[in-house]
Design a protein around this ligand. Structure first.
Ligand code: ARG
Length: 419
């Protein structure tokens, strides 16, 4: 029996009654290509395939055309949506303001894109009068959670179909079906990894990487030079911020102010200096632990610089408190709750907290290392005349004597009483 008959036998098709069109998040890869055909063969749906350009290097101009052609050849209508700028200004820049780093290691590059992709799919579904939306996630990962929750929050009337999960698709059966149906298998040599990429980073999973003890092979990385192979030259990058958002980078390649260009350029500059590699054990939403590898040069550099600037301009109390909000924000992103009420509240705090985060930070990059070598801000709470040990300081050291007596009072008392 073929795959189509198998699926028909095992699922209840009546759940799709009344649905004529499905909007599919289409990457151009094997799985989502097979889905275009399956939706026609199994459900008789008209398929509208949607691909978002989020700056994936994989989608060069040539590839973009071939993705569209491929979808259309398989019988779908296809929309390419350029969402690069929106992704940076509405998602990545907020991630900078919140120093977003899930479990202290992962800048949520894949996670951040999911609510944006979902939003565009729902818009297309509305325009097209489609009754269902679909994506190529499995039932084991985080992405299904992020897509499904976003879809349900944005339009609870849409039916969500996740074929790999809902129809229990098996990879070998899929491939057999693809061969029968003449669905083109990627022309490029098959990567042994599962890749997801956008301007904020590149996620690398599967294959040999599933063994946490094994070092990732050199070929797993495409954006970041291995530190020992990186150029033997120190590079300086000056990053300017306005209200916690990057407004310019000034580096050896020139000055850049366009949001998309800034991120692209920072990926290149930090990447060629070996900065941006991440290898960590991650706790997924569904309870699994997984070994994850990422290349996120721009994300790491922007956040590193932004954190430094915050320390310079925020009060001690703000600097102590904000990391709690930052962590909560990053956890919501990771866990697919972009459209939750708490996210709205946290965004309000974030925005308020960034009012005075203006200025610049200078980074030096060299063979995998990154350090701050200077910063400047008109809102700095640092005052050289207060801090200096030289003559002419405005800080009265004698004030410290009374302060210390009261500061230490509890400790001194406790030591006396508890002898
Ligand atoms: N573990 C990361 C996350 O949950 C990366 C997921 C990568 N997704 C993929 N389809 N390869 O955000």
């Amino acid at each position: 029996m073929g795959l189509v008959e198998d699926i028909k036998k095992n699922i209840d098709l009546s759940q799709y009654k009344g649905i004529k069109k499905v909007v599919l998040a289409y990457s151009g890869g094997v799985d989502t290509s097979i889905m275009i055909k399956l939706f026609q063969d199994v459900c008789g749906f008209e398929v509208i395939a949607v691909t978002l350009d989020l700056g994936q290097k994989e989608y060069s101009n040539v590839d973009k055309k071939s993705i569209k052609e491929k979808a259309e050849k398989l019988g779908a209508r296809h929309h390419f949506i350029d969402a690069k700028r929106e992704f940076i200004t509405d998602y990545a820049w907020k991630a900078v303001q919140s120093n977003c780093m899930y479990q202290g290691a992962y800048p949520n590059s894949t996670a951040l894109a999911r609510p944006l992709i979902s939003k565009h799919l729902v818009e297309v579904a509305k325009r097209e009068g489609a009754g269902a939306v679909a994506h190529g996630s499995t039932g084991k990962g985080n992405d299904q959670v992020r897509f499904d929750v976003s879809f349900m929050a944005l339009d609870p009337n849409l039916k969500i179909i996740v074929p790999v999960r809902d129809w229990s698709l098996m990879r070998d059966e899929e491939i057999k079906y693809a061969q029968q149906k003449n669905i083109l298998i990627p022309v490029k040599k098959d990567s042994p990894y599962s890749i997801d990429a956008n301007l904020w980073g590149r996620s690398i999973e599967c294959g040999i990487l599933e063994d946490p003890a094994t070092e990732p092979p050199d070929d797993a990385y495409e954006w970041v030079a291995l530190p020992h192979k990186a150029q033997d030259k120190i590079e300086t990058v000056k990053i300017s911020f306005k209200k916690g958002v990057p407004t310019e980078i000034d580096c050896a390649d020139g000055k850049f102010t366009d949001p998309v260009e800034m991120v692209e350029r920072m990926n290149t500059v930090a990447g060629r200096n070996g900065v941006g590699l991440i290898d960590h054990m991650e706790d997924r939403v569904v309870g699994l632990k997984s070994r994850e590898n990422y290349e996120c040069p721009a994300a790491l550099a922007f956040i590193f610089a932004h954190k430094d600037l915050e320390k310079y301009v925020l009060t001690r109390e703000e600097n102590d408190f904000k990391p709690l909000v930052d962590k909560a924000w990053g956890d919501l992103v990771y866990r697919g709750l972009w459209y939750s009420p708490l996210m709205k509240s946290l965004n309000a705090y974030l925005e308020a907290s960034q009012e005075y985060v203006d200025g610049w930070v200078k980074l030096k990059l060299y063979k995998g290392s990154m350090r701050v070598v200077g910063r400047s801000s008109e809102h700095a709470l640092y005052d050289k005349l207060l801090a200096t040990y030289d003559k002419g300081t405005t800080f009265n050291q004698k004030d410290a004597i009374g302060f210390i007596k009261l500061w230490g009072l509890n400790t001194v008392m406790a030591n006396k009483v508890r002898k």
